[in-house]
Design a binder for this molecule. Structure first.
Ligand SMILES: Nc1nc2c(ncn2[C@@H]2O[C@H](COP(=O)(O)OP(=O)(O)OP(=O)(O)O)[C@@H](O)[C@H]2O)c(=O)[nH]1
Ligand SMILES: Nc1nc2c(ncn2[C@@H]2O[C@H](COP(=O)(O)OP(=O)(O)OP(=O)(O)O)[C@@H](O)[C@H]2O)c(=O)[nH]1
Ligand SMILES: [Mg+2]
Ligand SMILES: [Mg+2]
Lengths: 292, 277
């Protein structure tokens, strides 16, 4: 683990009462390698290491800690605060129906996460309405309808010959009439470089003015997480992120990359295939997972 | 990495960034980087074009063994498709079925993902698009039973190719990996030697976890071929180098989109070229 490596690094520098340029050089290298191995983006790692160096330089080593412990304390604190300090919840304080738009790359877990969110809102005594607007993927609408049936949440009866913008508009109108207070729109997976499909999301956004636009991202995403998140954010001004498949053993460096480049909070994590497997994001847990 | 700049400090920094951001990983990137620094210090690499060719050779060597013609000798030839959630297994099966069908091969699909919502419906649409028959049971049925059924039906029809779809699963879930072992055993029971291909599907967007996935799936039931999907996106898929180095199995195809024709044979030199684009 990183703390074991740092113990070795700092052992070579006995009797140091202070973290200096020299004694932290090797330690910073260890941090850099650890983060790169955890899939944190190259440029994000550069930035982070620079921030840690600035905090570490000249910092007094507390009586109760070894230099290694002091250093890892700084790394952990820096990473945790970067990950977003504390949990941020959904913004549901506006006139119903509140619209939540789920977006992201193919296969990231949008449809499943839409179901999970609907279930969690239902448990909180809200009246969610699921809206399938993926008219491209075979049986995508069937998939969301099946999830809706599992949790007894109504699903708008879209068909794949309809237009996603029109479906969205009509579904929000239906929600308003039927008294559903939260609308979750599940969109088709798309490449962030697909101009036509990114424009489709902009049109949906303009049509239904979502209160939340959640980027659903796979925790095992590698270096490209930064470019994917940046484009979705630049195009749509996302309000938060759902990080999925955290029940795997991916270190999840994509979380840091996404947070660093968008500044937007990771609101939820997916921890399994069951619709109950949604949790709020814990920045401190994510930080120690990334550091290994 | 073009033209006649000189190989200076700034250039080497750019190279380091290219290697790492392509998901080649720390180990592979720095091994290559060290070789480059060595050659540069001995004046064995004069300019960027030269360096680029050197890297292409080095990476190409690892990947060349990943480029082998797919020998299909058994009949029916049974392909079991596996991989973690959402990587593109079901879509890839549709595309593969279409390729084989166009080669006038008799193909049968097995809808052995009996767990995920609308998984069977999804594969059924692909079967219709590829114009091949599909064997399925109800949701919640035993996947091994569907696999068995499919193979039996294929043998009866004297099919050439059988492709079994399985549910996505994380390699860390012991019970789900046990389920894969059971499916494999059952296929072998129905036809000794089956499955003839265990095809692991990997997503080009995946980081270093792809290497762990490959190791664990291989450990569980043995992987004999790879497909890397979503290379139409911006991810370079550099993890394939580490995976091929570890498993020493061929990359059968790459997925480059969401429609029936978006599957291409793997070409190592094209792949390496794209790494440096
Ligand atoms: N283990 C695990 N699997 C998940 C999680 N979230 C989603 N999945 C699985 O990931 C796969 C893809 O999920 P989907 O919800 O279909 O993904 P999607 O983003 O809607 O896919 P497209 O619509 O094709 O872009 C399915 O097998 C899900 O069961 C999670 O948190 N953990
Ligand atoms: N852009 C692109 N999308 C792809 C490619 N291959 C698959 N997809 C998309 O990725 C998403 C997931 O594909 P699936 O075939 O459902 O993946 P899967 O591995 O069967 O998923 P699970 O069964 O849920 O584990 C779908 O939206 C596909 O259209 C590809 O090569 N390029
Ligand atoms: Mg979906
Ligand atoms: Mg599937």
């Amino acid at each position: 683990s990183l703390s074991d490596k740092l113990d070795v690094t700092f052992k070579k520098l006995r009797g140091q009462g202070r973290l200096t340029e020299d004694n932290i050089k090797e330690a910073l290298r260890e941090v850099r390698m650890t983060l790169l191995e955890a899939d944190v983006n190259f440029l994000v790692v550069k930035q982070f290491v620079k921030a840690v160096r600035e905090r570490a330089m000249g910092s007094e080593v507390l009586q109760s800690l070894t230099p290694a412990q002091q250093f890892i304390k700084i790394v952990n604190e820096e990473l945790t605060s970067l990950m977003g300090g504390s949990a941020v919840d959904l913004e549901l304080n506006s006139a119903p129906p509140v619209v939540i738009l789920m977006v992201g790359l193919q296969g990231s877990g949008k449809t499943t996460s839409s179901g999970k969110l609907a279930l969690s809102l239902k448990k909180k005594k809200r009246r969610p309405f699921l809206v399938p607007v993926d008219v491209y993927r075979p049986a995508a609408i069937d998939q969301l309808q099946s999830l809706g049936r599992q949790i007894d949440v109504p699903v708008f009866p879209s068909t794949d010959s309809q237009d996603p913008v029109k479906i969205s508009r009509k579904a929000v109108e239906t929600a308003r009439q039927q008294g559903y207070d939260t609308v979750i729109i599940d969109t088709a997976g798309r490449l962030q470089i697909d101009e036509k499909l990114m424009a489709e999301l902009e049109k949906i956004k303009a049509a239904v003015k979502p209160r939340e636009i959640l980027l659903v991202a796979d925790a095992m995403t590698g270096q490209e997480a930064v470019n994917i998140a940046k484009t979705f954010n630049d195009t749509l001004d996302i309000t938060g992120v759902v990080l999925t498949k955290l029940d795997g053993d991916a270190r999840g460096g994509a979380a840091l990359s996404i947070k660093a480049v968008t500044g937007k909070p990771i609101k939820f994590v997916g921890e399994g295939e069951k619709l109950s497997a949604l949790d709020v994001f814990h920045p401190d847990r994510m930080a120690s997972r990334i550091l290994g | 990495l073009y033209g006649d700049k000189e190989i200076d400090e700034e250039f080497l920094e750019e190279l380091e960034e290219i290697l790492l951001t392509s998901d080649l990983g720390v180990k592979t990137s720095y091994r290559l980087f060290a070789e480059v620094e060595e050659k540069v210090s001995h004046k064995e690499l004069e300019n960027p074009a030269h360096l680029r060719r050197f890297l292409q050779q080095e990476i190409g060597t690892i990947l060349k063994q990943a480029e082998a013609p797919w020998e299909i000798r058994e009949k029916p030839y049974v392909i079991m498709t596996i991989g973690v959630n959402g990587v593109g297994k079901t879509t890839t099966i549709g595309k593969l079925a279409s390729i084989f069908a166009k080669q006038k091969k008799k193909v049968v699909l097995g809808a052995a993902d009996t767990f995920r919502a609308a998984a069977v419906e999804q594969l059924t649409v692909w079967a219709e698009r590829a114009k091949v028959p599909i064997i399925k049971q109800s949701m919640g049925a035993d996947p091994a039973a569907v696999a068995f059924d499919t193979l039996q039906s294929a043998i009866k029809r004297e099919a050439d190719i059988v492709i079994i779809d399985t549910a996505g699963r994380l390699h860390t879930k012991v019970n789900l990996m046990d389920e894969l072992k059971k499916i494999r055993r059952v296929l072998d029971k129905a036809l000794p030697g089956a499955p003839h291909e265990v095809l692991l599907v990997l997503d080009a967007n995946t980081g270093q976890n792809a290497i762990t996935q490959a190791q664990m799936f291989n450990e569980a039931i043995g992987v004999t071929g790879l497909v890397m999907t979503k290379l139409d996106g911006t991810a370079k898929g550099g993890v394939i180098v580490g995976v091929c180095d570890e498993l020493k199995v061929p990359v059968r195809y790459i997925g480059i989109g969401e429609s029936l024709r978006d599957l291409r044979p793997f070409d190592a030199s094209d792949f390496v070229d794209a790494l440096f684009d």
